[in-house]
Ligand binder design. Structure first.
Ligand code: COA
Length: 148
């Protein structure tokens, strides 16, 4: 994606997420509508995810404080993004677009050619974000799952 809004402000720093960011990121995700913390989202499991996918997940930092977070990784064939959220008071400033752009660049650098995300039904704002950023809704498949 190469359409970061021009209003992304320079005081925001986007950098890869580290394990020490996870507790703040989880706190942000837990209050973000449209983001569901579920199986695989304990700090230990998320730490393992970051170690398996170094450099792809992103945070936005303002004055040392994490105000946006995104998980990104791959299974070696497809890339996946999860849990994109920006703190309410910093939305519509291009922060989510910037994190997505950097995550996609990292996944592209691993040779991946397609990335998927699940958008919760009813999350109209989230849906608009992805559509306005060039993503396409896939009506051809229905997500299914099973607990292990
Ligand atoms: C969705 C979310 C991550 C967007 O973050 P953001 O930093 O505000 O997004 P950006 O500023 O990069 O938005 C880029 C463009 O996406 C579109 N967009 C973003 N939020 C939108 C909204 N609520 N409604 C309609 N379009 C929106 C706009 O075209 C926007 O550009 P513009 O501000 O110049 O019009 C943020 O609203 C959020 O954290 N929501 C709650 C969690 C969530 O729904 N996450 C997605 C899960 S699939």
């Amino acid at each position: 994606m190469n359409n970061t809004p021009h209003h992304f402000a320079p005081e925001f720093d986007t950098r890869p997420m580290t394990e020490s960011d996870l507790s703040v990121a989880c706190a942000l995700w837990s209050v973000s509508e449209g983001v569901e913390l579920a199986e695989g989202d304990s700090l230990a499991e998320l730490g393992s995810f970051l170690r398996r996918n170094p450099g792809a997940s992103q945070v936005v930092v303002l004055g040392g404080e994490v105000v946006g977070a995104l998980l990104a990784g791959s299974d070696g064939r497809r890339g996946y993004l999860y849990h994109l959220a920006v703190r309410r008071d910093h939305r519509r400033g291009g922060l989510a677009s910037k994190m997505v752009e950097k995550a996609l660049a990292a996944l592209r650098g691993q040779g991946l050619r397609r990335v998927l995300i699940l958008v919760a039904r009813g999350n109209q704002d989230g849906r608009q974000f992805w559509l306005r950023n060039g993503w396409e809704a896939l009506g051809i498949a229905e997500p299914m799952g099973i607990d292990l």
